[in-house]
Design a protein around this ligand. Sequence first.
Ligand code: AMP
Length: 284
Amino acid sequence: MELLQTNAELATWRSLHAPPFLVPTMGALHDGHASLIRKASEAAVAAATPAPCIVSIFVNPTQFNDPKDLARYPRTLDSDLAMCRAAGAAAVYAPTADEIYPQGQAIETPPLPPVAFLPSLEDGHRPGHFAGVAQVVLRLFRLIDPCAALFGEKDWQQLQLVTALAAAHHPSTAIIPCHTIREPDGLAMSSRNRFLSPSDRVRALSLSRALSVAQCEHSPDAAESAMRRVLEEGGAQTEYAVIRDARTLTRPREHDAPPPAWRALIAARVGSVRLIDNAPWQSV
Ligand code: AMP
């Protein structure tokens, strides 16, 4: 496996290979990331024109709206490289910020699709976050020009955003969604879980519990109330706990036809850690 740290190294590597399968990450890799890398590596081998799998590791400063969150984001390159190698990656691109955002060059921010601007979801709590995500994703797509990029359903709203962005601005890259990988007790794996104290680790289970309790409710309103109750009783502070159209992430009005698929989405704080999770939902 090759480690590429500059755009010049990346360009040389790219000139020798077919358009790769890309797994974009911010590092601090866990088994959720490994599942994406394994899936990309398998797809890469099985492709009509065999292609390599490349993982990007870059803690993107422009998507953090809290400087303290950026400063404490875990950076674990050595163990990340071992995990990428074990999961079958052919290369890791781990650039500095100057490679991604060269000094003196304006950072391109594409027009964002409506799914980025829903005040009751991420945008209401992390304003500017999705502009940063769009910046880095498009930059990576332009530098790497992958045939496909794999993203986790764990970040459901981000997945909808990236799917719309790629269709509008980089249609040669297909977006492949990947299921959320969980700990045996249900907690969705996240690089931030390592910051949970033992008691907060127990409280954090209220997110996956709330998503399963919501499955027993017959209406979006009842499901939302049930999720908020479970989160509150479990000691998590709810930012949002909502049932939405799975694609547009809007809430259909009372007389609208139900959407083809619903999604339950949660963001909550447990101690100092902000956690998100989501699951399909359907009315029983
Ligand atoms: P991150 O490093 O947090 O930016 O995540 C990189 C990619 O891994 C994103 O596409 C995430 O959605 C995905 N991811 C993060 N956690 C999980 C998980 N538990 N299961 C599956 N994919 C995940």
